[in-house]
Write a protein that binds this ligand. Structure first.
Ligand SMILES: [Zn+2]
Length: 73
C-alpha cells in the first residue's frame, strides 16, 4: 500500500507512514469527530443585532477617518 499523504510505499497494515508519519488507519471514529460541523447556534435576531452593531462601529470608524482627513486637508 502507499501513503495517501506522501505517496511513499508503506508496509501493509501499518498504522502510520514511516516516511511522513501520516496516519494510515481509516477509522470511522476519526472521521466522525473531524466531520462534526462546528456550527455557531443561530439565535433569531442575534445575527441582525450583531450585523447592525458592526455596521455602527464601521460607520463610527468611517466618520472618524473622514473627520481626521478633513482636519488634515
Ligand atoms: Zn507518508
Amino acid at each position: 500500500m502507499y501513503c495517501s499523504n506522501c505517496g511513499e510505499k508503506v508496509q501493509e497494515g501499518a498504522a502510520f507512514c514511516a516516511h511522513c508519519g501520516n496516519s494510515l488507519k481509516k477509522e470511522s471514529n476519526v472521521n466522525s469527530t473531524n466531520n462534526a460541523p462546528v456550527m455557531v447556534p443561530s439565535v433569531p435576531g442575534h445575527g441582525t443585532a450583531t450585523a447592525s452593531m458592526v455596521l455602527g462601529i464601521l460607520a463610527i470608524i468611517a466618520g472618524v477617518i473622514t473627520e481626521s482627513v478633513n482636519k488634515i486637508v
